[in-house]
Write a protein that binds this ligand. Structure first.
Ligand code: ARG
Ligand code: ZN
Ligand code: CA
Length: 338
């Protein structure tokens, strides 16, 4: 008994964390009362010694250690820069690039501030119409998406052009009469133009955006018609700032409710948004049932990712929130925004 106790004591000085010698631990556990005090009275820990040896001998382990330290530094920096707020909200820096012909197209700072406020309300579920969510959809409502928006710069440029084709992206390069993106790996750029034209030079688009696979490319970001920025002086029925809410959804990897194809009834990768055959317009009345694959489902047309009027859309779903959080997560495709 005495010999066993002494052996345990010596061993306990050699490997004081009791973590590397199972048989030693077993011996101690047979005699807990006698050893506890001694083990606690002189503390040492071989963790660093063990680590030092292991890191020297295993380059893969060393690389993992270095990656972990880098991640810890980045996390600390993000916190101190206020980009990841205390409650985990990711604050996205936003740059507005306004290209106008006439003075009225040069949207005011006040309207841009209104737009940022709309984004912050809609993405935190503090929008004034959030209580309109039908009770059947309340269990699948996102609540606070925990993504917020902060205006960091507004660039303005006069141009003689009266329309900008979405397939040419000339508004995004100064060499083609536009404004270059401000580091799109770190900022969400929004170009405001007087008219968005299709490849046949036809107007009709309120706005468009790039999905996360384009993160950081020169054309990454949103393009929005000046009529749909903010609220004051904006064009009804798209005058509640929700064109930008919708396009930011795409920027954060949300497809339309009917999927990313005009055929409809495709997946939007959110199982809490009922499958939809295609867009809804105007102000539909609830409930609205539509059919995909022979199955009739009550449509979540009040979701921001439908095409209804601004006043008829007021929610994201919980699954949509998860998808957007994945995009801005530390390992996500838009982690650079953090
Ligand atoms: N890209 C869509 C369009 O141009 C945006 C729809 C936005 N919907 C809205 N109610 N603001 O039609
Ligand atoms: Zn869309
Ligand atoms: Ca769905």
């Amino acid at each position: 008994m005495k010999k066993l106790f002494f052996g345990a004591l010596v061993l306990s000085f050699m490997s004081a964390c009791n973590s590397d010698n199972i048989s030693n631990q077993e011996e101690i556990s047979q005699d807990t009362g006698a050893t506890t005090g001694l083990v606690a009275s002189k503390r040492s820990c071989p963790s660093d010694l063990i680590r030092e040896k292991a890191l020297k001998n295993d380059p893969a382990l060393k690389a993992r250690y270095e990656a972990n330290e880098l991640q810890a530094e980045n996390f600390k920096r993000d916190l101190s820069m206020g980009k990841v707020l205390a409650d985990g909200t990711v604050e996205i820096p936003v740059v507005f690039n306004v290209i106008y012909n006439t003075a009225s197209q040069n949207v005011s700072d006040a309207r841009i501030a209104e737009q940022i406020a709309v984004l912050n309300a809609d993405y935190s579920a503090t929008n004034s119409d959030i209580n309109k969510i039908p009770s059947a959809f309340q269990p699948s409502a996102a609540g606070n998406v925990k993504i917020s928006f902060k205006l960091v710069a507004t660039n303005r440029k006069q141009s003689t052009k009266t329309g900008w084709r979405s397939d040419l992206e000339q508004m995004k390069k100064s060499s083609t009469g536009g404004i270059n993106a401000t580091d799109p790996t770190k900022n969400m750029n929004i170009w405001v133009v007087n008219s968005i034209l299709d490849e046949n030079n036809q107007p009709g688009t309120l706005g468009y955006a790039y999905y996360p696979e384009s993160a950081g490319l020169w054309y990454d970001g949103l393009v929005i018609g000046y009529q749909y920025i903010g609220k004051t002086g904006a064009s009804a029925p798209f005058n509640l700032g929700r064109t930008v809410t919708h396009e930011v959804g795409h920027y954060l990897n949300l497809p339309h409710l009917w999927g990313s194809s005009d055929t409809g009834c495709q997946t939007d990768y959110s199982n809490d948004t009922p499958t939809s055959p295609g867009p809804n317009y105007g102000t539909p009345s609830y409930p609205l049932n539509r059919v995909c694959g022979g199955v009739s489902r009550s449509q979540m047309f009040m979701n921001y990712m439908d095409y209804v009027d601004d006043k008829a859309m007021f929610m994201f779903s919980a699954n949509q929130k998860t998808r957007m959080q994945a995009v801005v997560a530390a390992a996500g495709p838009r982690a650079g925004l953090r």
